[in-house]
Structure formats: C-alpha cells, structure tokens
Design a binder for this molecule. Structure first.
Ligand code: BGC
Length: 554
C-alpha cells in the first residue's frame, strides 16, 4: 500500500492563546507549547494543528492577520516557532498551521494601501462595490458576524466586502496577484519545515455577482447568502491553482480544508490531489431541543444530541468517503461548545459520556481531530463576563434572561452553551489557581477543577486521559485506520459497527445518549471475541445502560 502519512494522522488542535503560558502574561505562547510536547506525544496524537499565530490585531483571535510572515509577539517570535517545529519533529510529531486565505486584517499593508484610493495597485486585492442608486448597501447579503457584508470606505464612498468582522476585509481571488502573494506565504512556511495547512474558510474564496440580492427578503433587511458566497464552482479553480503550486514544493503536505457547510458529496469533490487532502465540515452534528421554555430566547434552548440523525450523517460520511478518501472525525473545535457539555452530560455522566463519544467517533474510519483538553474531559468554560462573547446577540440575550428571572451565572451559562468561547478556556494542567496554565489570570478565564486536570489524571488509571491514551493507541492500528466499516443493526441511540482489515476484525458498540437503549443483536454472537475496551456495563440486563461503550476483537 502506498499511503500518504496523513491518512493515518491523529490531529491535536491547539488554540495557542489558551494552551500554556510560559512567560506568565496570561496568554498562551510558543514556548509553552514546546514545554508541553512530551505530554502531547504521550497522549498518542501525531499531528499538531495550531490556530493562527501570525501578527494580528486579535479582533478575531488571530484570524485577522496583518503580517503573514511574522509571529505575533504575544506568542513569541520566529526563533520560537523554528524551535517548536524542530522539537515537534524530533518527537515525530507533524505540525500544520492555519492559513487564512479568504481575508486579511484591515490593518494589513495591502488593505492600508487599498484604501488610499481606486488607483492604488492594491485596490484590486479586495472586493469593492458602489451603493445602490437609492444609496443603500450594494446588496442585501448578511455577514457571518452580524450586519451587512458591506462597510463604507468614507474616502472613496465605495463599499468593501467582509464576510466576517468589518476589520477582516475579503480578498479578491480573481486578481492573480492575490494568489501569487498567498503562494509565497505558503512557500515561506513550508520552507520552515511545516507539514501542511488547515485552510480557513476556503469555500468562501469566490463571490457571485454583487448585483444579486437574496430573494424574499423585505426591503432594507439583510440575510445570509450562502448561495452567493459559499462553494461557488470557481472555488475549485482558484484553490487548485494555489494547491498545485504548493504541492510542487511539498507533494506530501497535508491540506485540511475547512468547509463548514459541505455535505459528504461536496466534501468528496473537494478532496483531490490538487485540492484538499481532507475536509472539516460542520455537517454531521445534529441536536434536538429538549425543553422549550418561553423565558429562554430562541437559539439558546436546552438541547441534546439527536443520535438518530447524527448516526445517519456519520453513515453517509463513511459511505461517501469509503475509498481512498478519509472523513475527519471530531466532536468539537474552537468554534463550538465542548463535546462533553454539548453532546454528552457534564454532570451525571461526565467521564462515561466523554469516553463513549470518543470511542464511537474515533474508531470509525477517518482522521480524528481532537481539541486540546478534550482528552481530560474538559467541559464548557464558566464565563463570568458577558463581554467575553463575540456574538453581537449576546448582550441582548443576557438582558432578556436577567429580565426573565435567571441569575447572572445561569444566564451566562445558558449563553455559553451555544457559543464558541465556551471551548476556549485554558488547558487544565493542574488544580492551582490558574489551572497551571499561567501564574496570572488568563485572557479568557479558566475552570479550576480538582480532578479534571493533567496532573491528577496522569495518576488516575481510570481517568479520561488514560482512556484517550488507550483509545488512540488502538486507533493507530491498521484495523482502525484503514479497515472497512460496516454498520450493524442497532437502536437509534446506539452506534454499532464492525471494522475489518485483512484477518482482523473489531466490533464497536456505543450508546451515544443518557437513555437506556435496546441491546444490539450482534452482541449475541460474541463468544469468540474478547473485549479490549469496556465501560463495564452488563449485557445481561434488559437494556443497554446510558453511555455504554464496548470494543470487541477477534
Ligand atoms: C474559523 C473561525 C474564524 C473564521 C474567520 C473560521 O472558520 O474557524 O474561528 O472566526 O474562520 O476567519
């Protein structure tokens, strides 16, 4: 078999600001990561993905880049990053960087030139349009961060386009100079020895004709316009030109594309030699509302996993990408709440749900992407300041919840349960006052917990951490990396599948919920099999207990 190294990769996502603060300024840094490499190696992952570390005004925690060639001083400098790459490689850990192709910071020199006027040679690096004849925005498209995608440049009276924050103007990929500049950036970092990129929001690189409005939207209002700014056919052309040049320098580099709205078949079309190696999509997650409470604003209702639909999605991903392509397997990242709080149960079944969800997901065929701290069972960050939330709706939601009788703590917890900041709490290294992350209070806050931290869990054989180590060592075997997957008949809440590789076989059974479920029939014929992972629940009972997980082999 001639495999690409990344087909067997287990990725560990590090949110640099929150991982380890070596210089004790309350913000994580590269030296902190270097100090933590032995821990990461011992976990059993083999590839690091770092969220952006380049110079940035930090409007969007580094996704707004003003200099792609240098490290933001909050994280360290070029020497530190070179050292990190070297030390990671010494331990046989690969390392990939986040590359933001769709936009820059408004403080990037290209944009600073562009706003000098329409004649400036950098003007065409960005996207511009005039107001409509009646003076309103060029169209009714809404930005992902709220408000119109258009912001007026008062000097020229033209509008520039921003899909995210107004301080993050979108690049114009139809201008060949943009591609050239980005290729140079990618080459610079590949020459430093990194092993690939996570491509941020690449599906938005191309926009449709700006004269098109979203239909059915009342005059003066705006609406999300995915059909005009996501997954347009030309994305593949521009991306292919870009990737082909990168692959000339490093044919084995791993390109992990973020395609938030990609369905399995769309993802399939993005995975190609000259496009992505694998794709991260948000498509497989399914939740259902558990209780409607008129006092809770829309969008913040309490939810739980919709295991039936989630399972159908996972099956679709597995089947669509079954040959020579690999799905990514993940439960959380820096843009969504944490797995054990969102899909598991971080109160009654914290350890068990963390272990069950990890087992069910990561033993499927595909590339696991584990969010730092997930391996400890870290839950949503307890946030005590409403201004921590970036969502423009948060303040209004908080006011409404307080008016409806919720305490400040409850209101903030409800808002956190639906927001990305919940996942960005600092890594819990120990139980000292700043969780061993720093000697200072951190930039975002920390949960300090007696038993959920590296120090404690290393000593506890039954910890979530030890469990992840065992699970990931299984995952590395060819059976779990490359073996075929067959789904087995099971209750809606239960994920049951078989893996088969040459002579080896395994059966994985997981109850993904806190409900009792029917015991799958396949368990009746397991005499010749032995358990390699076991939640300890008996199958002699009438039903499968909440979050039961079992892995059998023969
Ligand atoms: C990143 C987000 C970021 C956005 C804009 C995303 O997909 O994951 O955290 O806000 O791109 O760069």
């Amino acid at each position: 078999m001639n495999q690409n190294w990344w087909e067997k990769a287990i990725v560990y996502q590090i949110y640099p600001k929150s991982f380890k603060d070596a210089n004790n300024d309350g913000i994580g840094d590269l030296k902190g990561m270097i100090e933590s490499l032995d821990y990461i190696k011992a976990l059993g992952v083999d590839t690091l993905w770092l969220n952006p570390i380049f110079i940035s005004p930090q409007v969007d925690n580094g996704y707004d880049i003003s200099n792609y060639y240098a490290i933001d001083e909050i994280f360290g400098d070029l020497n530190d990053v070179e050292k990190l790459i070297e030390e990671a490689h010494k331990r046989e850990l690969k390392i990939i960087f986040d590359l933001v192709l769709n936009h820059t910071s408004s403080e990037h020199p290209w944009f600073q030139e562009a706003i000098k006027g329409p004649q400036n040679i950098y003007r065409d690096y960005y996207l511009w349009a005039d107001a409509k004849l009646d003076g309103s925005y060029p169209n009714n498209w809404e930005s992902f961060f709220g408000g119109s995608v258009w912001e007026k440049d008062h000097k020229s009276e033209q509008y520039y386009f921003h899909l995210f924050d107004k301080k993050m103007p979108d690049l114009n990929w139809k201008n060949p100079e943009v591609k050239k500049s980005m290729v140079d950036i990618a080459k610079f970092w590949l020459a430093k020895g990194i092993d690939g990129f996570r491509l941020d929001a690449f599906i938005h690189m191309v926009k449709d004709d700006f004269s098109l409005d979203v239909q059915g939207v009342p005059d003066g209002e705006i609406a999300l316009a995915e059909e005009y700014y996501a997954n347009l056919p030309e994305v593949k052309r521009f991306l292919s030109e870009f990737i082909s040049e990168i692959r000339e320098i490093n044919p084995n580099c791993f390109i992990l594309g973020e395609a938030a709205s990609a369905t399995p078949s769309l993802a399939d079309s993005y995975i190609r030699e000259d496009l992505c190696s694998a794709v991260i999509s948000f498509d497989h997650f399914e939740e259902k509302i558990t209780s409607k409470d008129v006092k809770i604003p829309k969008g913040l209702e309490s939810k739980t996993i919709d295991a039936k639909r989630m399972k159908e999605n996972l099956i679709d991903w597995q089947e669509t990408l079954a040959v020579e392509k690999y799905p990514t397997l993940y439960w959380n990242n820096h843009d969504m709440p944490r797995m054990v709080s969102r899909f598991g149960n971080d109160k009654e079944y914290r350890d068990k749900s963390a272990k069950a969800l990890a087992t069910g997901m990561y033993l499927l065929r595909g590339i696991p992407v584990i969010l730092y701290g997930e391996e400890l069972g870290m839950k949503n960050l307890e946030i005590d300041n409403i201004h921590t939330f970036q969502s423009p709706k948060a303040v209004d939601q908080h006011i409404q919840l307080l008016e409806n009788g919720f305490s400040k703590e409850d209101s903030l917890a409800i808002i956190a349960s639906a927001n990305k900041e919940a996942s960005r709490g600092v890594m819990q290294w120990d139980r000292t006052s700043h969780a061993g992350f720093s000697t200072q209070a951190s930039w975002i806050g920390e949960n300090v917990e007696e038993t959920y931290n590296v120090e404690f869990e290393m000593k506890d054989e039954n910890s979530v951490l030890h469990f992840y180590q065992r699970l990931l060592s299984l995952k590395k075997e060819d059976l779990f990396s490359f073996g075929a997957v067959t789904f087995l008949e099971s209750d809606d809440n239960v994920l049951a599948y078989k893996r088969l590789f040459e002579e080896e076989e395994a059966i994985v059974i997981c109850n993904l919920t806190e409900n009792f479920a029917e015991i799958p029939d396949c368990t009746k014929e397991l005499d010749q099999w032995h358990l390699v992972i076991d939640s300890g629940d008996s199958l002699d009972n009438e039903e499968l207990a909440p979050y039961t997980y079992k892995v059998y082999r023969r």
